[in-house]
Design a protein. Structure first.
Length: 341
């Protein structure tokens, strides 16, 4: 199994880091540590999961093509066999409902961080590099209605599957300055307050580490823990720099917002990427995974590694080598990459 005991990981990785890179700091030198009680559901390494296979996709305006329940069960069994029992899901649509029902029906030892996907309520066409024109007002108005429905459905699912859902995330990168689905901070806070008033599980919001540092104080006062994203590869960091940069991101969030536990809701490494071809590889993904696992174990930080399976539906359909498609620790055909072998 890839998810080793903490002691074995520390022994193995201390040796590996000494031989592979003098730039990767030891966890004891990080200057950041949480209590074991700050781990989400007591887990160190968790996994982002959606489950869409070749030819499948979520609703992009013309309906979804979702995995079957048999395919979801196969995925969950693969993940459990590799000791992943805490998963993050991103919305409350049909695919997520099917996944929760499969977990319950088969009594699988899997817990879920349930996501509520928030669509754009303001047009960020001036800040988002790939949003070429303003989002029409009628679309924004419809999105507000859908967002409220998403929150209401999420509350219902959190109550219905209270034995499976261990935490709730309201919105994914809906606040950072470059996103294409921006929601005003005051509205995100309103959604968080509504969810917290209705559920017993802890509640968070997922966003980029830079946003939390610069603008996150009002939201940090509302959530139970900070949901942070960090991607060294997207910021032109080499694999030798990756762990140090990740730790720096988290330390900076902690320094800016010291009152709340931190959970890394996304951190990963693509194995193919036209955008950073020299860094994208299975070997580098394995190294980043192993190094962040060592650090997370020592610092009591839950990390949702992004992600379980490659997702060919993402990004430009004419660019098969785009990074968005290749973050999985398993290929889309469910065969393991090097990190899971």
């Amino acid at each position: 199994m890839k998810y080793l005991s903490a002691l074995l990981v520390l022994i193995v990785m201390t040796t590996a880091c000494t031989s592979s890179s003098d730039n990767a700091p030891a966890a004891d030198d990080a200057g950041y540590s949480q209590q074991p009680s700050d781990l989400l559901n007591g887990e160190v390494m968790a996994m982002a999961y959606s489950g869409f296979r070749m030819g499948q996709h979520p609703d992009r305006g013309n309906g979804a093509n979702n995995p079957s329940r048999e395919e979801i069960l196969e995925d969950l069994q693969i993940l459990v066999d590799h000791d992943f029992t805490l998963l993050r899901m991103y919305d409350v649509g049909e695919n997520t409902v099917d996944t929760l029902e499969v977990i319950e029906e088969h009594n699988l030892p899997v817990k879920v961080l349930l996501g509520m996907w928030l669509r754009a309520e303001v047009s960020n066409h001036e800040g988002c590099p790939w949003l070429d024109e303003p989002i029409p007002d009628e679309v924004l108005a419809a999105n507000k209605i859908e967002n409220q429905q998403e929150v209401d459905r999420g509350i219902e699912l959190a109550e219905r599957f209270s034995d499976v859902v261990v935490a709730i995330n309201v919105g994914n990168e809906a606040l950072v300055e470059w996103n294409d689905h921006m929601v005003p901070l005051e509205q995100v806070i309103a959604y968080v307050r509504q969810v917290k008033a209705a559920v017993s599980q802890p509640v968070t919001v997922a966003d980029n580490y830079e946003w939390w540092i610069a603008d996150g104080a009002p939201l940090a006062a509302e959530v139970d823990f900070l949901g942070v994203h960090t991607y060294p590869a997207w910021e032109s960091k080499t694999i030798d720099e990756a762990l140090a940069y990740t730790i720096e991101n988290i330390e900076d969030v902690h320094a800016a917002l010291p009152g709340k536990p931190i959970v890394i809701l996304e951190a990963g490494w693509a194995t193919t990427a036209l955008e950073f071809p020299e860094q994208a590889s299975e070997a580098n993904q394995e190294r980043y995974y192993d190094e962040i696992l060592e650090w997370a174990t020592a610092s009591n930080t839950t990390v949702f590694f992004f992600e379980a399976f490659d997702e060919p539906w993402k990004g430009n359909p004419d660019n098969a080598d785009g990074a968005e498609k290749h973050w999985g620790i398993f290929f889309v055909d469910r065969t393991p990459k090097q990190v899971m072998q």
